[in-house]
Design a protein around this ligand. Sequence first.
Ligand SMILES: O=CC(=O)O
Length: 337
Amino acid sequence: MEKVNDSQNNKQTKDNLPNVLVIGPPINITVLKPKHPQKYNLSKPWNAYNSPPLDHFMVENKYDPTMFQALICCAYSPINAIVLQFIPCLKLVVTSSTGTDHIDLSVCKCRGIQVANIGSLYSEDVADMAVALLIDVQIKISAADRFVRTTMRFDFPYCSNSKLGGKRVGIVGLGNVGMQVAKRLEAFGCIILYLSRKKKPFVTYTFYSNMLELAATSDALILCCPLNEQTRHMVNKEVMLALGNKGVIVNVARGPLINEDELVNCLIEGQIGGAGLDVFENEPNVPQQLLAMDNVVLSPHNAAFTTETYMATTQLVEHNLEAFFSNKPLITPIKLD
Ligand SMILES: O=CC(=O)O
C-alpha cells in the first residue's frame, strides 16, 4: 500500500482505492479480506494483543497514519483513546459486532468519527446459543457426551437432569436478542420474566426493574444486555444467592456483566446450580476451576459465528464502508450521544 498524494483530505493509494486500517484478531481479516480486495486497500492487520503498539506498527509497515480515514475492527479489538490518537484522520470505525463497549465512543464523538456496528444481524444466532446453553446445563448434553466418550458406559448419574418446561426464566435486557430468547423459550413452555430500564408496552411478560427481585423469582437468568458502567458486575454474589442453589446463569452478552470470581466461588460452594457461558471477564482466559465442573458449559465467544451470518457480516461491513466512501448515511450507525 503505497501512498502517493499527501495534499488531499481523502488520501488514496496509487491505484486510487481508499485505505482501510484492519484491526484484528484474525476473524476480522478472514471475514473481510478475500471478498472485495479491489474496492479498498486493506492494511496488514494490527492485533492489539500481539502486534507492536500501533504507532510502531505504522512505522514498521511504512504506513503514514494520516492515510487511514476508516478502520474495521471486531468485538475483541479495543479501540480506545490511545489507539485512536495514532490515527489522526480517522472518520469511520466499523465494528463487526453488535456491542460497542470496546470502542471509546466519547472520543469518537469529540473527533467527529462515525461508528457503525452490525445492527441486529446476530440476534437470532445469539438467542439460539443462549437457549442451547440453558438446555445443555439443564439436561447435561455436554457432560453426558464426555461421560460416554471417556467410559463407554451408560450409567450416567440418574436424575441429574432438570426439565426446561415450566421454568421461570429471567431475561436481563429485552432488546433484539432478549426478544428472540423469549420467543424460543415460550415455545418450550417457560415462563418469561424480564429486567429492563423501562417496561415494554408491547409484551405481556412480567417486568422487573430490580435485579435482586428478578433473581429471587427466577429459575434461570439469561444475560442479553449491553456492558456499560451501570451493568458491569450486575450479577454479583448477592444476586446469585437470591437465584439459589438450583438456579442457572447463562451469559451470551459480555463477561464483565458477572463478577466472575464470585461466580466461581458460588459454583464451588454449590450456591447456584450451574452456568452456561459464551463470554468471560478476561477473554481469552477462562477460570481453571470451571473446567472440571459438569454443571458448567463453556463456549469461546462464538455465538454469532454461523456460516450464514458470517457471509451477511461481510456484506454489512462492506455496505457501511461503501456508504461512508460515497458520502451516504451509514447503514447501521451508532448514535453518539
Ligand atoms: O460479541 C459479539 C457482538 O457484540 O456482536
